[in-house]
Design a protein. Structure first.
Length: 295
């Protein structure tokens, strides 16, 4: 009997990790909630992918998602109840945080795209697609071209957004950049990797700015311990100037930096110092809220 109990105990220990893994790999709960609502039905069982298997489903794109802490992708093909021919591919990416979900969404956001306003979210849409984020989930919808495809992706985006917890509001830094005069609408990106080609500037936020020169970029990055010291080692021509100003000489033009609370503000491009300082001052004012150090 003792041997039997021991074997049973060992079997339970070995089974425990497998049980946890199966729970972790459960489809995103929004899929079941969508089906339960009744308007949309799954055409086939949902599939799930983790960081180690993501490439099997989106080979060539996995390297974009992984730095943002992609935990689980759920892929479901759904159609309106009673209209199974109108299939829409639904991709739900669970990220490490809402900030990371925004970061992936920002990588899919470009100027001049059509925007659909959802409750606390902004979706970019076309006749066959919709992309948005809410909470820690980035959502991507794709439909085959057809007379009903636009209506399908728009209605499905609204339905899914209503089922997701959390907010679709951008991080405070992105909102600060959005309020900066001259920024190009739809150009704000949260970068987890290199900004302007340099890893020492990431993670952080960047945006394009007008008027010309149109290659000007504005930056807002957490100051962080040792950030300036690392920049001084890695940015070409990095030096400190009077007035709490820093300059680096990048191949694309000078980069001007200034400290604002817990952030570094920056402007890069062929601009004279006076113009760069004017932009930095405006950015510093706009970013006071999100860049206030935590006590």
């Amino acid at each position: 009997m003792t041997g039997t109990v021991a074997l049973l105990f060992l079997a339970l220990l070995l089974a425990a990790p497998g049980t946890a893994a199966a729970s972790d790999a459960a489809p995103h709960p929004a899929v079941a909630a969508l089906a339960a609502a009744g308007a949309w039905k799954p055409v086939e069982p949902p599939r799930v992918f983790g960081p180690d298997t993501l490439y099997e489903e989106i080979d060539g794109e996995a390297e974009l998602f992984l730095p943002y802490g992609m935990r689980l992708l759920t892929v479901a093909v759904v159609a309106r109840a009673g209209a199974p021919a109108g299939e829409v591919r639904l991709e739900l990416y669970r990220m490490d945080s809402p900030r990371d979900a925004y970061g992936i969404w920002s990588q899919h956001r470009y100027p001049d795209q059509e925007v659909l306003r959802l409750p606390s979210s902004e979706a970019v849409v076309s006749d066959t697609s919709a992309d948005f984020f809410r909470g820690d989930t980035f959502v991507r919808l794709r439909a085959k071209p057809g007379e009903r495809s636009r209506g399908d992706v728009v209605d499905l985006a609204s339905a899914v957004a209503a089922l997701l917890p959390g907010s679709g509001s951008p991080p405070g830094e992105a909102q600060a950049l959005d309020g900066l005069p001259g920024r190009v609408a739809g150009s704000i990106i949260y970068q987890k990797r290199a900004i302007l080609g340099y890893e020492c500037l990431a993670p952080g936020f960047e945006a394009r700015r007008i008027p010309p020169p149109d290659r000007v970029r504005v930056l807002l990055v957490p100051a962080g311990a040792g950030r300036l010291a690392r920049m001084s080692r890695e940015l070409p021509g990095f030096r400190e100037l009077p007035g709490s100003l820093y300059r680096a000489d990048l191949p694309s033009g000078p980069l001007w930096l200034s400290g604002t609370g817990g952030c570094l503000t920056g402007v890069a491009g062929e601009l004279p110092r006076e113009e760069a300082e004017r932009i930095l001052a405006a950015l510093g004012t706009a970013s006071k809220g999100p860049c206030t150090p935590t006590p």
